[in-house]
Design a protein around this ligand. Structure first.
Ligand code: MG
Length: 220
């Protein structure tokens, strides 16, 4: 809680959804969760209404069937309005690259929490460079350029995962190096894993909504 909070920057109003480019894999087009499952591989239990998906409390996190390594990800989200709860208990969800590396989703509009747990933080490691949150009820975007960690044949780390992230089109991570998987109050070391793993979205008991999710595979 003592870590300084980044300055607030007003990103301006939300625009319409950003159209997917022709080489993107569309992971959610507002119609169904056909490319998603729950954590056990069963049909995803989140709601789809009016072009968005919404977290269903206790339905669990969801993940893509397709697996990805290095990628460019676009995702849009909105936190519940009116806001309910405080700190980590307000509009909490998360975007997990390779199921291990979380960009936090949280309503950080006039809502204080620890710097490396706020919206757009690389959870538990790097606070965003600025707080570019829009108010609850307004759509927000993340654009993430992710490079996976590299491991040698013995499973030793050769190079860490890195992320460059734009929150509402504002740079919030500039090639940040991850210390390992993201966890609560821990900085666990890397453990060798596959070159491609699912993208997952977190159920943290709050009805956060997502729309217009697309990804460009940077290893094809
Ligand atoms: Mg979270």
């Amino acid at each position: 809680m003592d870590r300084p909070l980044p300055p607030v920057v007003d990103p301006g109003p939300a625009g319409p959804p950003v159209p997917p480019p022709s080489d993107a894999v569309v992971l959610f087009n507002g119609k169904d969760l056909s490319v998603w499952t729950d954590s056990k591989g069963q049909p995803a239990g989140w709601k789809v209404i009016n072009g968005y998906m919404e977290v269903v409390k206790k339905a669990g996190s969801i993940k893509t069937e397709e697996k990805f390594g290095d990628c460019q990800l676009h995702i849009e989200w909105v936190s519940p309005s009116p806001a309910v709860g405080e700190g980590q208990d307000r509009g909490n969800s998360g975007v997990f690259l390779m199921d291990h590396y979380e960009i936090q989703v949280l309503d950080s509009y006039q809502n204080r929490t620890y710097a490396d747990g706020m919206a757009a933080a690389i959870y538990g490691q790097h606070p965003p460079l600025v707080n570019a949150c829009r108010p609850p009820g307004e759509w927000q975007t993340y654009d993430i350029i992710f490079h996976r960690p590299r491991f040698d044949e013995q499973g030793q780390l050769k190079s860490p995962a890195t992320m460059t992230v734009f929150h509402n089109n504002i740079l919030v991570h500039d090639n940040a190096r991850l210390t390992g998987p993201t966890e609560w109050k821990k900085r666990p070391p890397y453990q060798a894993h596959a070159d491609r793993l699912p993208l997952s979205l977190q159920d943290h008991d709050h009805p956060v909504r997502y729309r217009n999710i697309w990804i460009r595979d940077l290893e094809k």
